[in-house]
Structure formats: structure tokens, C-alpha cells
Design a protein around this ligand. Structure first.
Ligand SMILES: Nc1ncnc2c1ncn2[C@@H]1O[C@H](COP(=O)(O)OP(=O)(O)O)[C@@H](O)[C@H]1O
Ligand SMILES: [Mg+2]
Length: 281
């Protein structure tokens, strides 16, 4: 039996769709992999631009088939650029709320089988403030918010921060500004958000920098490649290399709670709690 190793679990979220959550998740994953880390990506976004689509991969089975006991987790893993492993979770993440105890155990067992192979687990969350988004972010060690200069991006991000802080006691969020026209625009977005979080919430916001608006990101998606691979010298790619340095500097958990099976356990418990409260209300 291989020794479990600590894994860093990062949820990428934002409240709003179209701000660049999937782009950030995929490029960050590939950049971390190129730095020599073993990276797994969990696709928890039910939107149209799914990770598998963005990378030209085909998933015929997902986490729901593992939960149903139809196959092993090894059978559903897709291999992406830089050797990243992708867990197609889409419908599986919805199914998680209705798991039986035996299925819970099976899911946790499935993830403990592969836990020795991963340093980073990145989760691409869906838009909006659903129970699924809340459980994933709450079970993660780091929550990276992606915002951009669109009217509802900041208000949606703030609304999610508020729920995570007030109802779920999360106190630290990381922030990346995407599609900025200048570095100043990114700092302004951070300042605007900080003004309200400092006034109304008990959270620390950590600014991790900005990704510029870059046509190469869209060109890369048309080639079904992450920009960091397709156009490594483009402005967005250079910014991703800065971001990855910050992410690598985040502390890695040493306690057993930093292992992936504990993450899955927390996740499953939270899903169970939220479906219980739904039943009760
Ligand atoms: N830095 C960027 N510059 C230009 N376009 C971008 C950038 N980041 C994302 N996009 C584009 O914005 C759209 C939404 O991005 P996506 O990652 O799918 O957002 P989300 O996952 O938040 O819905 C995509 O068409 C993507 O190509
Ligand atoms: Mg997305």
C-alpha cells in the first residue's frame, strides 16, 4: 500500500458564468503539471464549456458510474495536456447529494486508491450559488475566486463570499482578476471587492494578480488546447506563470485532513447535510 501524501485541494469559483473559471482551472492545472506536480482536475461544472470539450477529450463515463459501482475511478480518468488527470464528474456531482452510506464509502474508497498519485486537486465549479458549489468550496483548502470587470461579476462573487463566510465560516479567499485591459483594472476590482468584504464580512482577501484579456485564449480554445500550451509566450500565458508561482507558495497541509479521502469525506458529509436540511424545510 502506497503512503498517502498530502494533497492541495483548490476550488475555482466566482459566482458568475463566463468570467473564466474553466480557463483558469485548466491553465493553472497545466502550469502546475509543467512545474513537476501531479495534478488532478475535477470537472464539477455542468455548463456548456466543459473541461473535456475545451481540451477535445471525450468522456463516455463519469463519476456517477463509479458511484453506481459500474467501473473503477481509474477507468474514467482522462489524460490531458502535461499529463494532468481529469475526473469527469458532471452528472456525478449532482448524484452525490442522494448517495446511500454504501455509495459514500465507495466514493471515498475510490479516491483513496488514487490519492498517492496527486499533489493538487483542482475543482472547476459551476456558475451560481448552488449547494454543490458551496459543498465543494467548503471542503477545499483554498478557494480561488475569478472575477472580471462586468457589472454582475463582483456582486455575484460577493454574494457567494457572503454565504461562505456567514453560513459556512470560511475566512480566506484568493482572488484573480481575469480579462483585464490593464494591471490597474485588476487592482481596482480587488480594491472594490475589499471595500465591501472589509465592511460587512470577516474574511481575508488575497490578491493573486490578473490575467489580461488576450485573443489567444479564444484561439487556443478553438484549437482545443490551453493557451499556456498553444501560445506559451502570449500575455495571458505569461500571467499564468506568475499565478502559478503564487499558488505554489500556498501552504501545503501536513495534517491528515490534507489527504484526498478526507476531502471526499467532508464533501459527502456536507452534501448529506444539505440534502437533509432540504428535506426538513
Ligand atoms: N483572459 C482571457 N482573454 C480573453 N478571453 C478569455 C479569457 N479568459 C477566458 N476567456 C474567454 O471567456 C469565455 C468564458 O470563459 P470560461 O473559462 O468558459 O468561463 P467560465 O468557466 O467562468 O464560464 C471563453 O470563451 C473564454 O475563451
Ligand atoms: Mg466553466
Amino acid at each position: 500500500m502506497t503512503q498517502a501524501r498530502p494533497v492541495k485541494v483548490i476550488s475555482v469559483t466566482g459566482g458568475k458564468g463566463g468570467v473564466g473559471k474553466t480557463s483558469v482551472t485548466v491553465n493553472l492545472a497545466v502550469a502546475l503539471a509543467e512545474q513537476g506536480h501531479a495534478v488532478m482536475l475535477l470537472d464539477a461544472d455542468l455548463g456548456l464549456a466543459n473541461i473535456d470539450v475545451m481540451l477535445g477529450l471525450k468522456a463516455d463515463r463519469n463519476l456517477s458510474h463509479v458511484i453506481a459501482g459500474e467501473c473503477d475511478i481509474q477507468d474514467i480518468l482522462l489524460e490531458g495536456p502535461g499529463g494532468i488527470k481529469i475526473v469527469p464528474a458532471s452528472s456525478g456531482t449532482q448524484a452525490m447529494a442522494q448517495l446511500s452510506p454504501a455509495e459514500h464509502a465507495g466514493l471515498i474508497r475510490a479516491f483513496s486508491q488514487i490519492s498517492h498519485q496527486i499533489d493538487y486537486l483542482l475543482i472547476d465549479t459551476a456558475a451560481g450559488i448552488s449547494d454543490t458549489v458551496i459543498s465543494f468550496t467548503q471542503a477545499s483548502q483554498e478557494v480561488l475566486f475569478v472575477v472580471c470587470d462586468e457589472p454582475t461579476s463582483l456582486t455575484d462573487a460577493y454574494a457567494l463570499m457572503k454565504i461562505l463566510n456567514r453560513d459556512h465560516k470560511l475566512t480566506r479567499f484568493r482572488l484573480v482578476a481575469n480579462m483585464v485591459r490593464s494591471p490597474q483594472e485588476g487592482r481596482d476590482l480587488f480594491a472594490k471587492l475589499t471595500r465591501v468584504t472589509e465592511k460587512y464580512l470577516d474574511v481575508t482577501l488575497d490578491y493573486c494578480g490578473a490575467i489580461p484579456f488576450d485573443e489567444n485564449v479564444r484561439k487556443a480554445i478553438r484549437k482545443q488546447k490551453p493557451v499556456i500550451e498553444a501560445f506559451p509566450r502570449s500575455p495571458a500565458s505569461l500571467a499564468y506563470w506568475q499565478l502559478v508561482k503564487k499558488v505554489e507558495a500556498w501552504p501545503v497541509p501536513q495534517a491528515p485532513g490534507g489527504h484526498i479521502e478526507f476531502f471526499m469525506e467532508r464533501l459527502v458529509q456536507m452534501n448529506a447535510q444539505s440534502s437533509m436540511s432540504e428535506l426538513g424545510s
